[in-house]
Design a protein around this ligand. Sequence first.
Ligand code: G6P
Ligand code: MG
Length: 221
Amino acid sequence: MHTAACIFDLDGVIVDTAKYHFQAWKRLADQLGIIFTEEDNERLKGVSRMSSLEIILELGGINPGDEKKMEYATLKNDWYVELISKMTPAEILPGSVQFIKEIRKKGIRTAIGSASKNTPMILQRVGIQELFDAVADGNNITKAKPDPEVFLKAAEMLNVDPAECVVFEDAVAGIQAAVNAGMRCVGIGSKLVLAKADMVVSGLNEMNPEILSNLENTKYI
Ligand code: G6P
Ligand code: MG
């Protein structure tokens, strides 16, 4: 199957924002007297803001009601925005810009497919908006991964058939979303964890257009 477009998750694929999510959630957890570790933070990758809050409240055995939940989520996001507003281009993960530029030169269209409502700010802070033909993010979708909505939205914005898209994802829910969208996917991280991906690499620095075309040749949908 020919590849017409590549769709990239943002957090954990192009930038490492997990550490900022952790700092902001940790600040909230500390304030609520909940023990929250970096290991717990792994469970939040690719998970929406409200679902992340639910996981943390569950860790603390707290159920504060909807109004308080909104207040906590807003507080966390304010702290998170404070952190990401200081991001610089130096925080782009190795190899990302080079790989995206290489595939664009070959005529492959590129998009972001991220659950984060803060996607526009992150892209602007690290200065890579011009690398993408479309941005599908938490602001224009309603259903979280593993629902395929965000990737289907990106394909629609690009006017490309989902079967001609390859997704790059670091979260299990994101890989499942790509599968549900009928797209091929490259996992970023561990083969054991991302078992449903068509191939797994440790980062975009391991990718090049040739490896991408091998993926095209081995998978038929
Ligand atoms: C990404 C991250 C998650 C985060 C979600 C929502 O999927 O991996 O950790 O919870 O985006 O991000 P937001 O910036 O909208 O709170
Ligand atoms: Mg991610």
